[in-house]
Design a protein around this ligand. Sequence first.
Ligand code: FMN
Length: 303
Amino acid sequence: MSRLQVKIGELLLHNPVLTASGTFGYGLEYEDFFDVAELGGICTKGLSLLPRAGNPPERICETPASMLNAIGLANVGVEAFCTDKLPILRQRGVTVVANIFASSTSDFVAIAERLEREDGVHAIELNVSCPNVTHGGLEFGKDPKLAAQVTAAVRRVTRRPLWVKMSPEAGDIVAVARACEDEGADAITAINTIRGMSIDVGSARLRLANRTGGLSGPALRPIALRIVWELAAAIRIPIIGIGGVATARDALEFLFAGASAVQVGTASFSDPLAAKKVLTGLRAYCEDQDLSVADLIGRARAT
Ligand SMILES: Cc1cc2nc3c(=O)[nH]c(=O)nc-3n(C[C@H](O)[C@H](O)[C@H](O)COP(=O)(O)O)c2cc1C
């Protein structure tokens, strides 16, 4: 194994830096900036059974050290992804994690079944934690029984590594993660955004048409780190840390807390090269310290 390689269950990633769902399109949008295949992987925008237009504008606004989004899972749908996007990603040699979303267990299963017919999908990430839709999303991710039910149903129809993405709004996130682990999840990704809102004081109007939106960016990082740390003590399967990762130091915090890999999200909006820079910095750190990524996982000490 090279210094940077990590195993997420049976899946060998050539490094632990991925991009987060919804912040990197379908990967192809970034081709002009760098070779996306250099990353550990990309998580696609959340794919639904049918195409979705998402919420009306305004769907995004900036807040201190963070942003709010209420995109509402606009996406091309799983069929168009398989025919238009995946063949190019496959040809480029990109490691693809298909993030999927549905408002019923049967639709989650149908999307997974469609993906099962394709080569070049390296893992499936279940989004049971989106705060910006009326049905599905958080309903599944807050309840250990429902999260377990979706995980078990998708597990039955896919041989692919199965990751489940946690919501920071689950009352007992450890219980949700454990329930998914028990039903055959190969990894837990943590975390999705947390609901917030913003008001334009001049007009006294809410800044997002959806009223609330998911908070992401550096402001989320301490919350995400705390959750990764708690999960690392409670589950056996690998954890993938997400929340405000913009630099190699941020990624190191997550690895030290017990994550086996990280996803770079909001940082890509202000710097399209953010994920590549995180990877470059991590490689330099490992070489400088003469350590491999596996040595870094869970290094943090309370005292
Ligand atoms: C504009 C936007 C769209 C997102 N869309 C999705 C999505 O489709 N599926 C999903 O699981 N997470 C989605 N997320 C959540 C991110 O993948 C990530 O969990 C969150 O933003 C925290 O990471 P960050 O602080 O690095 O952005 C989205 C986030 C943003 C900002």
